[in-house]
Design a protein around this ligand. Structure first.
Ligand code: PMP
Length: 384
């Protein structure tokens, strides 16, 4: 495999490179320590010890109890798990509320419940991409059984008022789930304090391996209020039966150990701000989506009027960024998240998402500025 020289990767909200330490930590669990974590013999006990050490690391990093952490294949699974468990409980409270800008793994799980006769509210967001609390207060009322809102948006990086929304849900007697994938490693938070009943996470967004993640259940396995949706051999205390992905779990825990400190996050934000300043100086009519809201320190989502993002991407082969979310790429229409924020179809289809990581250098960001500015000038100059 040959990586083109000069390639700049700024699509870390889609996925990140594994840290070398993560790859190294995982290595023995593919071969020498390959045991099944459920087996009683030496090989099994070795694997089991690694899984339990990983659980303690993950819990410790987020101020949770190891008994509240359940390993999964990632956040799509974790999000779906909650919706399925809720539906299986045949609740009397059949109203569900999710934000209108959730990841498809929440949005489509909610739409599935709608097809099963649940009444689903899609909570609107403000122009800056923050869930509208007044509208949420209207929608989240007694009779609501489940509320799910992300901690930070994958396209704009806008941070959501999860603590307030969880309080509203609890006042109404509802269960509150949070897709916290994008927030992990980009803003400090404590699962003990966030007020959520459950949260889904994924390793590949934090320089860990793909196909590994975890679900936080505040109540643990025994006091969890809904039935377990998966049938199987009882692994992960019945929450997630199936043979443990031991290398993935070990890699996830190593990535959690290496989560950036607040000083590194501040450096990331300073570099991102420089990037935005440089783009705005060169393209004065460009706009940053969610500019007035609290945002993750690594994410910029911008509209460059008159520069359709698909054309931009096609003309910048050395720049890995995305138009809308990666899961929607290939679809020509503008991102639904930006449409929900009130952007026109044309504005949404002229937006780019640039997402750095702790491995991003300011030199790479400045090369991205130069590619974006030159390409947009070129595209605009060809417009009639
Ligand atoms: N939620 C959000 C906000 C995401 O950005 C993603 C990844 N695109 C997911 C859920 C799905 O995570 P996974 O890839 O682990 O299934």
């Amino acid at each position: 495999m040959k990586i083109p020289e000069g390639l700049v990767y700024l699509d870390n909200n889609a996925t990140t490179a594994c840290f070398p330490e993560v790859v190294e930590a995982m290595a023995p669990y593919w071969s020498a320590a390959f045991g099944n974590a459920e087996s009683a013999h030496f090989a099994g006990r070795t694997a089991r010890r690694a899984v339990e050490a990983a659980r303690a690391t993950v819990a410790g990093a987020l101020d949770a109890d190891p008994g509240q952490i359940f390993f999964t294949s990632g956040a799509t699974e974790g999000n779906n798990w909650i919706f399925q468990a809720f539906a299986d409980s045949k609740p009397a409270a059949r109203r569900v509320a999710v934000s209108a800008i959730e990841h498809k793994s929440v949005l489509n799980a909610a739409k599935r419940l709608e097809a099963f006769g649940f009444e689903v509210s899609f909570l609107p967001v403000t122009r800056d991409g923050v869930v509208d609390l007044a509208a949420a207060r209207e929608a989240i009322r007694p009779g609501t059984g489940l509320v799910s809102v992300q901690l930070a948006n994958n396209e704009t990086g806008v941070v959501q008022p999860v603590r307030e929304l969880a309080a509203l849900a609890h006042e109404a007697g509802a269960f509150f789930h949070c897709d916290a994938v994008q927030a992990l490693g980009k803003m400090p938070f404590s699962l003990a304090n966030l007020g959520v009943d459950s949260a889904a996470f994924s390793a590949h967004k934090i320089h860990g391996p793909k196909g590994a993640g975890f679900l936080f259940l505040r109540a643990g396995a025994n006091r969890f209020p809904f039935p377990m949706p998966l049938a199987g051999g009882g692994q992960e205390r019945g929450v997630r039966p199936g043979t443990h992905n031991v290398p993935g779990i070990v890699g996830l825990a190593k990535a959690m150990e290496l989560l950036p400190e607040s000083s590194a996050l501040a450096r990331m934000k300073a570099m991102r701000d420089e990037f935005e300043k440089a783009i705005l100086a060169a393209i004065p009519d460009c706009r940053i989506n969610g500019a007035e809201a609290e945002r993750l320190p690594n994410t910029t989502n911008l509209v460059i009027p008159g520069s359709p993002s698909e054309l931009m991407l096609a003309n910048m082969p050395l720049l890995c960024i995305s138009s809308g979310s990666a899961c929607n790429s290939g679809v020509m229409e503008g991102s639904f998240v930006l449409r929900q924020m009130g952007l026109s179809a044309e504005e949404a289809a002229s937006s780019l998402r640039v997402s750095g990581s702790i491995l991003t250098s300011s030199e790479e960001l400045m090369r991205a500025v130069s590619m974006i500015v030159t390409t947009s000038q070129h595209i605009r100059s060809m417009a009639i």
